[in-house]
Design a binder for this molecule. Sequence first.
Ligand code: ADP
Ligand code: MG
Length: 274
Amino acid sequence: MSELPRTQSEAETYQRLRSHLAFLKLIDAAEALPRVLDRARADKLGMIDGLEQLLAVEVTAVEQRKLTGRLRFACLPAPWRLADFDYSAQPGVDQALIRELATLRFLDEGANVLFIGPPGVGKTMLAVGLAREAAEAGHRVYFTTAADLAARCRKAALEGRWATMMRFYAGPRLLVCDELGYQPLAADAAAALFQVINTRYANGSSTLITTNVGIGAWATAFGDDPIVAAAMLDRLLHRGVVVGIDGPSYRLRSHQARAEALRAGTEVRPHASR
Ligand code: ADP
Ligand code: MG
């Protein structure tokens, strides 16, 4: 510390200030105190500016810790961001609609979001990107797959924890349920998913679902009970945004490039080794 307290009483006041910060567990402010005091003296800052700078250090650190906690809770399967999505590679996506969703207004309206399309078109990437936006904006978010939700609900039912499990899935401001329809849903799984969606619908909390099953096929695709599927769809669509994505598969792009090159008679060579 370049500018030590100048007098005995100033030194004592400084020590008391440090212990106040420690007592209040303002760890980052305590750590930044010498630096902020130095700068305040050098720039001849007044009390208001000095205090503001000190507390801003603490606020930034606490916000960062909270965000880290929310992201850990969210269980996002990848670090994808909406900004990484390449719209030119996916002409099937309505960019204006995704931008509107990124404003997160749909959370205020309790609207649900349905991404429908074949594998590889970026449904999970967009869902993860939106979930991250929501977490960064301060919302509690949880990401799961339909298969995982079904398995956990089944286990909870067997262990007498059904109500706790339902409260858990009702809690987050945004629940992402990925890959609905990739595996057939047993009747109890369809019932669990219906209860989760229905509870969240009643609370006005948004659920984002990605699926490869077009709306017309829902009645026959989920469980043995077309009525449950219809009721689920009814809740989802009442306050819902449906985003159909039916462009080319991003995963198959390199294969397609290869196939086209072969068709054109030009071999795609692997990278030459050095
Ligand atoms: P889906 O969930 O529809 O099967 P994913 O979101 O898992 O597809 O996308 C498959 C892979 O392709 C992921 O690695 C994803 O990051 C990538 N991908 C898909 N679409 C795009 C895109 N438009 N821009 C950049 N990467 C993309
Ligand atoms: Mg996916």
